[in-house]
Design a protein around this ligand. Structure first.
Ligand code: URA
Length: 434
């Protein structure tokens, strides 16, 4: 077989066989196939798509590309949550400790920023000392000790996805339903969680912008999970506007800490309770969703979820003094207010555009392996449907220099639509796929 033949077959709209996909993924993992050919194949997939059989075969090939973790000797049943990626999405930082503190161990592998969206690992690494790159032995030790571990995908686990994820980030090949489904589910299957809840984001701040695409992605991933014997459900949630107020790595950690300490934004809390209660029911921890919500509300209110987060971060090397005093998180030297050019109603917020701004400010990568500035980002001061006066603050830009903030003003003003008509704000939870 030759990689170029696989690329041409996909470019011309064909379906790769299971053997061809196994060969391609094996070759890429082993280094026999290089980034240039994989990037060309990924672009062909973006443009031509994949059928369900191909997507499932790709997922299994990627899940089998490395070690497959089994932590049943430590925790008889583990749960996991994964998002398809959205703007301001710090949900994992809250849901994981929330469900762990409620008696559901979480063994989680997460990603770094991807395209215009941030990643859980980049966010956690804004805490000085935090180590996300754990060996399998360290991953198991933290899980045994804390009942909760969030690590970067280890080099041994789904290495094909690890390489492909970083390649897609910088080659414009993120926005593909089959590639997203295979990327997420290969990691989830290899990391061994028994129960999986998927947060499928839909809207301007997500990779799936229509409900029809979000439904297809959710159904594809739930089917792959079930086929592999995992209890799997999905929540389709709105990304018509960013989640919470903060966008950017350290800013999002600050907001997650505030949420765990009982002062979070209502949309973030609602999404966390919804995702957490799906896990509580899937895992059998609670009989129904009402009981699950009550348990999780109590876990948040008692401070148990905050203690679980703190325990995990400290077990992974994070500085407890920073957690206890989050103003010590990295902060940008320049904070510049962006004000409304006219009075009106906030009718649309283009989340992807805001994500691109954060990347350009230094919060994301422009090439594989680039270093990022954890401190930069945006603090949104308005929401969809808000009525604002001319000159009212729309957001605060957190930037490394006054010039980099100023350069983004036109893009930011473009990302916020101010009109005269009232708007119908979509519900946060759009659908459940159980
Ligand atoms: N999250 C992932 O892990 N992979 C994707 O492709 C998109 C979101």
């Amino acid at each position: 077989m030759r990689a170029v033949d696989c690329i041409v077959k996909k470019r011309d709209g064909g379906s790769l066989t299971r053997d061809e996909l196994d060969w391609l993924i094996d070759g890429y993992t082993a280094g026999r196939i290089g980034d240039e050919q994989m990037a060309a194949w990924a672009m062909a997939v973006v443009l031509r798509g994949m059928d369900d059989r191909e997507t499932a075969d790709l997922t299994l090939a990627m899940a089998r590309s490395g070690e497959q973790l089994d932590v049943h000797d430590i925790a008889p049943l583990t749960v996991d949550k994964h998002s398809t990626g959205g703007i301001g999405d710090k949900t994992s930082l809250v849901v994981a400790p929330l469900v762990a503190a409620a008696g559901m161990p979480v063994a989680k592998m997460s990603g770094r920023g991807l395209g215009f969206s941030g990643g859980t690992i980049d966010k956690l690494e804004s805490i000085p000392g935090f180590r996300a790159e754990l060996t399998t032995a360290e991953f198991r030790t933290v899980l045994a000790h804390s009942g909760l571990v969030i690590a970067a995908q280890s080099a041994e686990l789904a290495p094909a996805d690890r390489r492909l994820y970083a390649l897609r980030d910088v080659t414009g090949t993120v926005e593909s339903l089959p590639l997203i489904a295979a990327s997420i589910m290969s990691k989830k299957l290899a990391a061994g969680a028994d129960c999986i809840v998927l947060d499928v984001k839909c809207g301007s701040g997500a990779f799936m912008t229509t409900l029809a695409d979000a439904r297809r992605l959710a159904a594809t991933m739930v089917a792959i999970g079930r086929h592999a014997g995992r209890r799997t459900a999905a929540v389709i949630s709105s990304m018509a506007q960013p989640l919470g107020h903060m966008i950017g790595n350290a800013l999002e950690v600050r907001e997650a800490i505030a949420t765990l300490q009982g002062h979070g934004p209502s949309d973030l809390i609602e999404l966390c309770l919804t995702l957490g209660s799906e896990l509580a029911v899937l895992s059998g921890r609670c009989d129904d969703h009402a009981a699950a919500r009550a348990l999780l509300r109590e876990t948040l209110a008692s401070g148990a979820a905050w203690r679980a987060f703190r325990g995990m971060v400290v077990a992974q090397g994070g500085d407890p003094a920073v957690l206890d005093d989050p103003v010590r998180l990295p902060h940008a030297p320049h904070r510049v207010a962006l004000v409304a050019p006219r009075a009106g109603v906030i009718q649309a917020i283009n989340g992807a555009a805001l994500g691109h701004v954060v990347n350009r400010l230094g919060g994301g990568r422009s090439h594989k392996g680039a270093t990022i500035d954890h401190a930069v980002g945006l603090e949104l001061l308005v929401q969809l449907g808000d009525a604002i006066a001319a000159g009212a603050p729309l957001m605060r830009i957190h930037a490394a220099s006054a010039a980099s903030a100023a350069a983004e003003v036109p893009a930011l003003l473009d990302a916020i639509t101010i009109g005269v008509e009232p708007v119908a704000v979509p519900p946060l939870i759009l659908e459940l796929v159980r």
